[in-house]
Design a protein around this ligand. Sequence first.
Ligand code: GDP
Ligand code: ZN
Length: 316
Amino acid sequence: MKLVPLAAPDAAPPQLAGTVMRARSGFYTVHTDDDGTVECQLRGRIKQVRSGTDLVVIGDRVHLTARPDGSGTIEQVEPRRSQFSRRQPGPRGSWKEDVMVANLDQVLVVFACADPMPHLRMLDRFLVAAEHNEVEAAVVANKVDLVGMAAAREIFSGYEMIGYPVLYVSAREGIGVEGFADRLAGRISVVTGPSGVGKSTLLNAIQPGLRIETAEVSESLHKGKHTTTSAELHPLVAGGGAVADTPGLRELGLWQIPDEALAWCFPEMREHLGGCGFNDCRHLGEPRCAIRAAVASGGVSEARYESYRRLLLNED
Ligand code: GDP
Ligand code: ZN
């Protein structure tokens, strides 16, 4: 984006553009486009213009004036391309939107082919959370060295059939790591998945020293601590872009998907929605259910349908 020179002569401090990498109690760490870091506060005017939504969050593109001591003031926030948010209950049944990452391009869900054994129902939960936020998702199948490519494809190819890109990689053997790096380059990504699948190893393979914070990913939505949402973006040196800290399923807002919105979060079910005999069909055994018919004819897999059913009924 081209910056328009400020109208005011001489006195105007230099204007820079950049991305907010960290946001904590009124202080914002901005990675500028010329690769600098500026610790900023908000110009008071912005607080009035953008009230009602989170003013500035990580991922936001901002324009700032910098002082020689490395501090600065955020003067402008660009409109967001996308945002990844969850809704918090507010007073009298209202909702407050809680934006966690602005301009998020994708969610990469990492699972291992073995050790730990892939728990595909949990993979479905991550994908559903991404769909609900309308953020592009891809699967990263790590540790292919443990089972071989053929067996890895057997586990994950169902996701390719639904339309999710699947990257088969081995952080240990360096297989597919370049493709993984390419996928991250120039974009803002969330890299998530259960612990032990190799997220840190994979990120370190593309950028030594890259440290991301990991929220506890509980298998159950009802257990597990509520972790902080104030994540951080970590810049990628080669190719640009950034990786956010790893959110858990709670942080991804999975628990708050309304029943009637759930089937839509399974892309292969979408084309059948509206075909059921009842408008408010929950696809649990009602007569003339188009989703159940699709399961019977193989258009929707039994396993994915079971993930839907369990999420709907709050079963683990
Ligand atoms: P995280 O919890 O998802 O960040 O997982 P880690 O990166 O800590 O990795 C967990 C374990 O898996 C470590 O012992 C790694 O050495 C191992 N690991 C990571 N990637 C691979 C891989 O591609 N193949 C094999 N065999 N082991 C791996
Ligand atoms: Zn139905």
